[in-house]
Ligand binder design. Structure first.
Ligand SMILES: [Cu+2]
Length: 332
């Protein structure tokens, strides 16, 4: 249609294609893109992607060129011998050489995706419908427990130890590294080395139930000094004055599912809330971390996240929910 029409129509069609073409590129940038990389593993996979796309494009151009040549070539007949040779070389020989070359290249990249060396920071992540349990292990230091956010130092290899509490989930921070399944009863590992500080977005990449698309997290790559300072705050008890919200939190039984360091709340069914106030998001990446968002999550988690294991507390008086939210937001 584009090529068979009046020149003016043709120009406007070209203009329209030119107008929408940036849309094809806009999926490639941003904080959740495997092509806008900030980690060495992601660099390797995005280079592989471009090599595969580039090779495919070259072959496509060559095939179209040969097709045009064949249409124009007025040679009356090909000898059987010449035709057989062409089919042999351009068919099985060429295809298997190219595919073997690309396969070798892809396999050669794999050592970079293997577990990191000993002594690296280990971050244990457990997928749960529909949130992430996060535990930081560093040699000679007590583990620090967190949830729904991952922080890592720039320039240091990190080994993620991945598990699942219920169904199969998949852990993926596209800007930083590869994707790895979290399988019940199995432990998988994934190495990542961040090389640019920033906040990226990770997500569950395997359908795991109704709210699968609402199971995300922030991944914050920090300069090593900042990371050490931050990790030290995570290992400390949250500094909070005895707020009225704390009393309500314990009285309404939230502590049977949630842990808050330094209180009687020791539950482990839901995310650790010891430092909730310092996280970027609430509800595994679905809401910005504000007091209002926390209050909303407490009152109607079933609306925000269908199928969630967190019961709703909309029967509580709004002032009690606000007091609890105020207390939780203050936990830093
Ligand atoms: Cu999931």
């Amino acid at each position: 249609m584009v090529f068979g029409c009046h020149p003016q129509q043709r120009r406007s069609a070209v203009a329209r294609i030119a107008a929408v073409s940036p849309l094809f590129g806009c999926g490639c940038a941003g904080r959740q893109s495997a092509l806008d990389t900030a980690g060495s593993e992601a660099d390797a996979t995005s280079l592989l992607f471009w090599v595969l796309v580039g090779t495919g494009a070259l072959i496509w151009v060559a095939v179209v060129g040969l097709l045009v040549y064949a249409i124009r070539d007025r040679r009356p007949t090909w000898s059987e011998d010449a035709a057989g040779k062409l089919i042999l070389w351009a068919g099985p020989v060429f295809s298997s050489t190219v595919l073997f070359g690309l396969l070798t290249y892809a396999l050669w990249l794999m050592p970079g995706l293997r577990p990191a060396t000993d002594g690296a920071l280990r971050i244990e992540i457990t997928g749960s419908q529909f949130w992430w349990r996060v535990v930081y292990h560093r040699s000679a230091k007590p583990p620090a427990i967190s949830a729904n956010e991952v922080r890592l130092p720039v320039g240091e290899p990190v080994e993620f130890v991945l598990r699942s509490d219920d169904v199969v989930h998949s852990f993926w921070i596209p800007s930083l590294g590869g994707k790895m399944d979290m399988i019940p009863g199995r432990t998988n590992t994934l190495s990542v080395l961040a090389n640019r500080a920033g906040t990226y977005r990770g997500a569950c990449a395997e359908f795991c139930g109704t709210s699968h698309a609402l199971m995300a997290f922030s991944a914050v790559a920090m300069m090593p000094e900042d990371f050490d300072r931050w990790l030290a705050t995570q290992s400390r008890r949250p500094a909070s004055a005895a707020a009225p919200g704390q009393d309500l939190f314990l009285r309404h039984g939230c502590g049977s599912c949630h842990r808050i360091d330094g209180t009687e709340a020791h539950g482990s069914v839901g995310p650790d809330l010891s430092h909730l106030g310092a996280r970027e998001t609430v509800g595994a990446g679905i809401l910005p971390n504000t007091e209002e968002a926390i209050a909303r999550f407490i009152s109607e988690p079933d609306v925000l996240k269908p199928g969630t294991r967190m019961p709703s507390f909309r029967m509580l008086p709004p002032e009690e929910i606000s007091a609890i939210a105020n207390y939780l937001k203050g936990l830093k």
